[in-house]
Design a protein. Structure first.
Length: 462
């Protein structure tokens, strides 16, 4: 019988790297979910219309999706510690803009800025972990801890908001976020070792413009579709978005130093991780982002009740991500496919709300979804950097997170549209009917995503 090797204790540098990467990621996720908890209050205070409401929820996702690839490349070339600390500073600056906002436009601008800063943090976090921990069980355990911080941040964001913003307030949480981000930036600069920074490449301006412009036009078209899909502005915006995103591909192929090396998508493991990240963002994040709103508006639940229910999902997700570390020898792609299948079941459990229901009806779905989401985060944290060269860890991490938050931006927007289109329009019954329809649609898409990931198998070696 072969003895099982005991886990090797992390070095002080590895421990510091994992702690800072996890804390910063947790803060970005707290920042990400804050307007989801206070969305009803913010909408009233800023007099935001239906279109602005969708942007209030998705603006940070747009900033994340537009900047992640660039941040990953800059991290590899300029130094991961430098970009990581700079990203935290930008998150703090964006939080100040949001906290001082007096109109939806200023709020959205601040959230976009937070997304850009968050992109630098998330792209560097996995790159830092990938550099500090060698391939194998140690890196898998570290990736699971990082994945747990993603789930924990989702739940803690709501709790922080409840604790800091009483009554109808919503600004205090952003001031606290700004202070925490600036503090973490200083600590990161002082404690982390530099990695990367060995290349001198030009910034891919064309790629940035095409990707950010395409995403923004596509989302704007989806938001404007509330007035009718045949309206000229809707058609123009959607067509422009598709054209810009289509032009992104040949533009990257012509670049000597592109934002993303498209040849990476020939690697089955990388492709599977990208598909899984996009589906997770579009369905799990997209629908769960709207849970506090539907509970407060549709069922009349308090912010505290809505936050506690989301915390169940977050806690189960965190525990699951940490527990995955102890599964021996399970292939990351298989784990991701199974996790997405479990998420599909959980999302189906969201479609149970009616006029006489209480928020407690969501508990079974939240628990099942937490299990699936936690396992997916652990798998994605591992797979994002497992199939790219060590020198391009930031690019791999950036691409994976771009897929996740591009999916989230599109998913949140579609959920708002589907829920708002529930019949009878403008009523509680219509809102809840639209929610159930969106949840079932998300479950179907997630199950299809699980099947796609399952069939993307590595090429057999002769």
């Amino acid at each position: 019988m072969t003895a099982v090797e005991a886990p090797v204790r992390a070095t002080p540098e590895q421990a510091r790297t994992l702690l800072m990467a996890s804390l910063a990621t947790l803060l970005v996720l707290v920042t990400f979910v804050t307007p989801l908890a206070t969305g009803v209050r913010t909408t009233v205070d800023l007099a935001a219309g239906p279109g602005a409401q969708a942007w209030l929820l998705s603006a940070m996702s747009v900033g994340l999706a537009a900047a992640l690839l660039t941040a990953g490349v800059l991290a590899d070339d300029l130094g991961r510690r430098r970009v990581f600390a700079g990203g935290l500073a930008v998150v703090g600056a964006g939080a100040v803009v949001v906290a001082a906002a007096s109109s939806p436009g200023v709020f959205i601008a601040g959230r976009l800025l937070q997304g850009v800063g968050g992109a630098a943090v998330l792209a560097c976090a996995l790159g830092l972990i990938g550099h500090a921990f060698p391939p194998g069980p140690a890196r898998s355990r570290a990736a699971a801890v990082w994945g747990a911080s993603v789930g924990a941040g989702t739940g803690l964001g709501g709790l922080v908001t409840v604790a800091l913003d009483h009554g109808q307030g919503w600004r205090t949480t952003y001031w606290a976020t700004a202070a925490a981000a600036l503090l973490l930036a200083a600590v990161a600069r002082w404690t982390l070792a530099e990695s990367g920074g060995n290349a001198d490449r030009r910034v891919d301006v064309a790629g940035i413009v095409l990707l950010a412009g395409g995403i923004s036009a596509l989302l704007a078209g989806l938001v404007q579709s509330r007035t009718g899909w045949g309206q000229l502005p809707v058609v123009v915006l959607l067509a422009l978005g598709v054209l810009l995103l289509a032009a992104f591909v040949p533009a990257e192929l012509r670049q000597a130093a592109p934002m993303i090396d498209l040849r990476l998508f020939r690697i089955p493991g990388f492709l599977a991780a990208t598909v899984g990240a996009f589906v997770t963002g579009a369905t799990v994040v997209g629908l769960s982002s709207y849970v506090p709103t539907v509970l407060q508006r549709g069922l009349g639940e308090s912010l505290l009740t809505a936050t506690l229910l989301v915390l169940v999902w977050s806690a189960v997700s965190t525990v699951t991500a940490l527990s995955v570390r102890f599964l021996p020898g399970l292939d990351g792609r298989v784990l991701l496919a199974l996790a997405l299948a479990v998420c599909a079941v959980g999302l189906g459990g969201y479609a149970v709300l009616g006029v006489d229901a209480s928020g407690a009806r969501l508990l079974p779905g939240l628990v099942v979804l937490g299990i699936g989401y936690g396992a997916a985060n652990a798998a994605l944290g591992r797979e994002a950097v497992a199939h790219v060269p060590a020198a391009r860890a930031g690019m791999g991490s950036g691409a994976n997170n771009t897929a996740r938050y591009l999916g989230a931006a599109i998913g949140v927007t579609l959920v708002v549209l589907v829920v708002g289109a529930g019949d009878p329009a403008g009523t509680t019954e219509g809102l809840l009917a639209g929610w159930d329809r969106a949840a079932l649609g998300g479950a179907v898409v997630t199950l299809l995503g699980a099947l796609v990931v399952a069939v993307i198998r590595p090429a057999r070696t002769p």
